[in-house]
Ligand binder design. Sequence first.
Ligand code: 3PY
Ligand code: MG
Length: 251
Amino acid sequence: MNAMIAQLALGRPLIGLWQALAVPYTAEICAGARFDWLLFDGEHAPNTAQTLLAQLQAVAPFPVHAVARVPIGDPVYIKQYLDIGFSTLLVPVVESARQARDIVAATRFPPRGIRGVASATSRASGFGADSQFLLTAHEKTGLIVQIETRAGLDVLEEIAAIEGVDALFIGPSDLSAALGHLGNPRHPDVQSAIDDAIARILAVGKPAGIFALDADDAVRRIAQGVSFVSVGTDIGLLGSGARALRARFPA
Ligand code: 3PY
Ligand code: MG
């Protein structure tokens, strides 16, 4: 079983930090800060397979789950991200059971799925050292899908029921936009849609995750039963720390 998904089942909420700076040096610092998981963002950060690989190597010595978000649930990105060694993927904007099924298939080698086959040349196989890699890769792969549109909300249970969808993750920013409140995830309509989505994910017995708006929001979501939470971003920490330090001196 995928290590992060297995740990989610133990009941302690996993505290994550979003990585959008796209550089290994800061990823190493954040991994050393003992977060349970780090999210390396291929959707909205200036990442390539090369920059993601460098960050993955930088955090490898630390006991942290490295999760990568693909730009879109496309088999080409999915195989590249898996080949460089991410074992847990976050896929944005999942809106139907069929799409979820196709994404699961993209994570698995034939005959289980359609993942293109590389073994001896991929970092995921230890560059060929793992002789069982092609047979066992699917067992270590974790798939988290994002629910962040009306369409996704409408069929949440159908998406959650797809075998291979290991967890569901709420994206408050896109959801706000989808509900007509762009830039205002704290709007009561957005908040009640999130409350409802979390309750529905928990009701079907899958782990729920969320990008928290701040640490207090994270605490509240954990109390609701969310089991993995991104509690901030590398950019937010650097920006707020820099501004606070500068503000202690005359302008
Ligand atoms: C969103 O909020 O839309 C996300 O994708 C997670 O930050
Ligand atoms: Mg989003």
